[in-house]
Design a binder for this molecule. Sequence first.
Ligand SMILES: Cc1ncc(COP(=O)(O)O)c(C=O)c1O
Length: 381
Amino acid sequence: MLPCFGEVFGNASSRQHATGRRAAALVETARRQVADLLDCEPSEIVWTSGASESDNLALKGVAEAYAHRGKHLITAVTEHRAVLDVCGRLERGGCEVSYLDVDEEGLVDPESVAATLRDDTVLVSLMLANNEIGVLQPVREIAELCRARGVLLHTDAAQALAWVDCRVSQLGVDLMSISGHKICGPKGVGALYVRRRRPRVRLVPRIEGGGHERGRRSGTLNVPGIVGLGKACELVAAERREDAGRTGELRDLLLRLLSEAVPDLTVNGSLRHRLPNNLNVAFPGIDAERLLAELTTVAVSSGAACSDPGAGGSYVLKALNGVDDPSGRSLRFGLGRSTTRAEIERAAREITTALQRAPQPLATEVAASCGDPCADAGGWG
Ligand SMILES: Cc1ncc(COP(=O)(O)O)c(C=O)c1O
């Protein structure tokens, strides 16, 4: 990225001069790196400022472009706010949105999608991996259902891309949101995959102006960010398998050490269908916020950087068991690709000590979650 702040400072849209063309070449290399990871054509990648913008473009762009065909969309109650808030806006604009429930493991049943699809459904939006509990939705099965009914499927893969296979050719999705900072790339850059063939997905742009990105998203490109996102995708392609295996083992170790200290601890969400770097656990009878206050070296935070859980606690955890404010007992740990065994052991020790230091009064239900689902200290989200 560094040369883009100096020697290659050109505007990637200024193709008349060499400096601009050099910047454009870097952008196209990055587009190829992203496309290789997603197994799509470079022309199917639209640069954005991150997954929030990608989600906005996907949902609003499709809803407007296909309004003549229908105004019904389907999503799930545990989606990221960048999808749920957009759905709310679309509803206020005359669309109808069905919100699917999840089971106690946090999973959407493909049959519930099948039962909710209608003749006027234009888009289904379901995330690949949840940002709080890390559970992986059965997107591939749902894609088959959607395809059979001629309905487009969008997935927010921001959390998944670093850890699981996100090839659109395998998943069968029509639109996919990704974000740089979730894969150790830069913040403030992302992309939207938009299928160009069978079917060709049409989008009404959200940002109009110079007609950049084939008219799908105007604005001068963030060349350093794009270069960083491209490189991060290249590294994910090369290292994901090994990173995921090692990180999954460390996550399991963390769970084992915590369970030894707190035998009645429970895992929120499916452990089997889950990102290898995520652990979200409930400590019965414990006030998670007070526990967090006791920690000094473990990088955790109360609530998500991207959405304030507010007084009601986590809507994701509530969706699992219908209980109001269950998150007061829950901590969310996000491991990174650089997390070591020694760090896991130290974290478990520090948490165990904190529990011993303040064991008795930690019984009130206060909303808290731990491990920032959006951008943790390891830059891994
Ligand atoms: C699943 C998911 N979607 C969207 C976002 C928003 O991404 P960005 O911050 O790149 O806009 C996040 C997290 O922050 C996320 O976890």
